[in-house]
Write a new protein. Structure first.
Length: 136
């Protein structure tokens, strides 16, 4: 587990949740059925700016976020529009009411396929990692 940084998206008996590992470290005793960790946190809990390093390059971005109502959002930037710091600022200041947001790999591997409504943003390169979401 990342110690003191990054974030974790997990699913347990109560459903999905997004947490900042600095605030809520992973514990092997946590009753999760699935989980993934990544970094950096773009928005930290409470809707605070999470990433400020302006040295990065613009790239396609993949973000998983939780809004103030507890809804999980999958956010894709299909073109090289944002640096990590710009994405962090955009999400913090948007009208999406984001409580927390975690950067996923992004770049050439950014992609999204929705069944309903049918929508697809193809990745430029394939990875052997897929996040599947099913209704309860």
């Amino acid at each position: 587990s990342y110690q003191g940084f990054g974030g974790m998206f997990s699913v347990d008996g109560d459903g999905p949740r997004l947490r900042w590992l600095h605030q809520q470290p992973y514990n092997e005793a946590d009753p999760i059925s699935s989980g993934m960790q990544s970094f950096p946190m773009l928005v930290t809990p409470g809707g605070k700016l999470g990433y400020k390093d302006e040295t990065g390059e613009k790239a396609r971005r993949t973000v998983i976020a939780e809004d103030r109502d507890g809804r999980i959002l999958f956010i894709i930037s299909p073109s090289a529009t944002f640096t990590l710091a710009q994405m962090s600022s955009y999400l913090t200041n948007s009208d999406l009411e984001i409580d927390a947001a975690l950067n996923l790999d992004g770049g050439a591997s950014t992609g999204l396929l929705l069944a309903e409504p049918a929508e697809g943003i193809p990745a430029f390169s394939e990875l052997p990692l897929v996040l599947l979401v099913y209704p309860r």
